[in-house]
Design a protein around this ligand. Sequence first.
Ligand SMILES: Nc1ncnc2c1ncn2[C@@H]1O[C@H](COP(=O)(O)OP(=O)(O)OP(=O)(O)O)[C@@H](O)[C@H]1O
Length: 255
Amino acid sequence: MSWLEVENLTLTFGGLKAVDNLSFSVEPDTVYTIIGPNGAGKSTVFNLICRIYDPVAGDVRLGGESLLSAKPHQIVRRGIARTFQNIELFEHATMLENLLIGRHSRDGFKPLRELFFAGGQLEQELAHRRKAEEVIEFLDLQAHRHARVSDLPYGIRKKIEIARALVAGPELLLLDEPSSGLTTEETADIAFWIEDIKADLGITVVMIEHDMKLVNKVSDKVLAIAEGRFLAEGTAAEVQDNQDVQHAYLGTGHD
Ligand SMILES: Nc1ncnc2c1ncn2[C@@H]1O[C@H](COP(=O)(O)OP(=O)(O)OP(=O)(O)O)[C@@H](O)[C@H]1O
């Protein structure tokens, strides 16, 4: 049994099959990358794993347990955190404030506990702060702790988006196009951090990515999809050599 199992997953939007009977599985402590042309269904797969959408068929299991009974806000507590293709941070808050919000998303808002158990609340706040500081140090973001996110360069904001996901303490991190909008140098930097997240934090990474240099560098396994369907799976080199994959990218169609 694999750790993350996606089985016969299907989702339609109107008449369009965005994800079509897709199955794959991910082993723990690996980087698993999903590639595919624009509109292939990659982000929809993430949205299905995070319970934003209900599949019309199929299942998603983590550690043998189906995620389909979970509500979107419970996904973080099931050990999953994600980043977005377009950065989704509170632009007018500081980096630290953004990280603390990311941490709170794990526990949810509990007004009664806040009223009656103020002592425990304080301890929890301190634990949140410690976790945020741990991630700040890990990603070498100390210089930006109190900077307003809107004042920071795009490359740093992209890294803060990863930090926001990490403070939730995930076992599975979903990265949606971590290199988009980054320079070649910044992309090389992100590759380094992804490798450290796997090796030093023991977090399994599932990544959607277009930049094949980054894919080649960090992926243990690559899945190619097109029109919501499985095309090929293997090492980055094997998948890039696959004829169906090449045809899908060239847009020449395939049988
Ligand atoms: N909420 C939605 N309503 C209707 N159609 C949608 C919706 N979300 C996605 N789609 C369609 O589903 C298909 C898959 O979209 P998706 O965003 O998952 O592709 P993708 O592989 O992530 O693409 P890209 O690489 O361009 O981000 C596309 O045809 C898209 O237009």
